[in-house]
Design a protein around this ligand. Structure first.
Ligand SMILES: Nc1ncnc2c1ncn2[C@@H]1O[C@H](COP(=O)(O)OP(=O)(O)O)[C@@H](O)[C@H]1O
Ligand SMILES: [Mg+2]
Length: 316
């Protein structure tokens, strides 16, 4: 099955029995080998989406394909491609990491000798080999989280899905996780994670979707999103009235906020003097200038759910 997307979601909808519409028609495609983030605030629908893909939540409608395999029609075959790391640590604290990995493989019908070989390999990759025979309860927070990844990798999934792997952990642990995940991805596994940290998506992912209230509001390469966000906005107060036709300034976007106020958006690296010069030539005299918050800040605020910015975003 060459060239199938690792994950292809089409118009996915989920309405819970309570009436909450957690997913309102989500479509996205993740290429094989990609490192993909689903970024969004609490309640956006990330866990619901992950739940549907990992067969823990029943969809209301829509299609999910994993490496071209329809999740609905061929559930167990599709599931065999996936490794899941849930947000909550859910292994038995009184078992040893080695046994946790071996027993997990056992559920998936992997013979014991093979499982033991893999457990050694995965625990070494997760830098836990020296802890393989200690009680899991004694592991540090970071080690426990790396053990979750090692366990998920026991079945050699082609697609590793992590739901907020670093939520609420300190920066040291987060960096350790990032390193492990980058190595997993570099070794060929497609990785999808959900996060509400833009910084995490920025550090790890090549592509992302931003999800908010059950809908995807942005989607594409991380780099182009950051470039798009790297725009500054100004409000210029003008002497007299603006002309009916505003001058064209290459690279900048001009809009009349009202007859006396000009809204200018331009790339951060662009020289503001060029804008002033062009305006001067068009007979527009700037009296004063205010900075608008940039779109990155707006995105942050929107993602963290502050009502003022959310209203602004909705109006824009
Ligand atoms: N089992 C459930 N029953 C009813 N509503 C749910 C359930 N799980 C989640 N929700 C609701 O669905 C919405 C999306 O939640 P969730 O997918 O957990 O978002 P996220 O993971 O992005 O925080 C929220 O409004 C949440 O309250
Ligand atoms: Mg969640």
């Amino acid at each position: 099955m060459p060239n199938h997307p690792a994950l292809e979601i089409t118009d996915l909808r989920k309405t819970y029995a309570t009436g909450v519409q957690a997913l309102k028609g989500v479509s996205l495609t993740v290429a094989p080998g990609d490192f993909y983030a689903l970024l969004g605030p609490n309640g956006a629908g990330k866990s619901t989406l992950i739940g549907v893909v990992s067969s823990l939540v029943n969809k209301t409608s829509g299609d999910v394909k994993v490496f071209g395999i329809d999740l609905h029609a061929h559930r167990s075959e599709a599931m065999r491609q996936i490794g899941l790391v849930p947000q909550e640590i859910n292994f038995n604290m009184f078992e040893q990491p080695f046994d946790i990995c071996v027993n997990y493989a056992g559920f998936y019908g992997i013979p014991r000798a093979e499982a033991e070989k893999r457990a050694e390999e995965e625990l070494k990759k997760a830098q836990l080999w020296d802890k393989a025979r200690t009680m899991s309860r004694t592991l540090s927070g970071g080690m426990k989280r790396r053990l979750m990844i090692a366990r998920a990798m026991m079945t050699r999934p082609k697609l590793l899905i992590l739901d907020e792997p670093t939520a609420g952990v300190d920066i040291e642990i987060r960096r350790g996780m990032w390193k492990t995940l980058k190595e997993v991805n570099a070794a060929g596994t497609t990785v999808i994670l959900t996060t509400h940290y833009l910084e995490e998506a920025e550090n790890l992912c090549r592509n992302l979707a931003i999800i908010d209230r059950g809908r995807i509001i942005e989607q594409g390469p991380m780099r182009s999103l950051l470039a798009k966000l790297d725009v500054e906005g100004f409000l210029l107060d003008i002497d007299g009235d603006l002309p009916a036709t505003l001058p064209a300034i290459p690279g900048a976007t001009l809009m009349a906020e009202n007859p006396h106020t000009l809204d200018v958006e331009m790339p951060r690296e662009m020289d503001l003097n060029r804008v002033f010069a062009a305006l001067g030539e068009a007979g527009i005299r700037v009296r004063s200038m205010r900075t608008k918050s940039n779109r990155l800040e707006e995105l942050f605020v929107r993602l963290t759910g502050q009502p003022e910015a959310a209203a602004k975003g909705a109006a824009a």
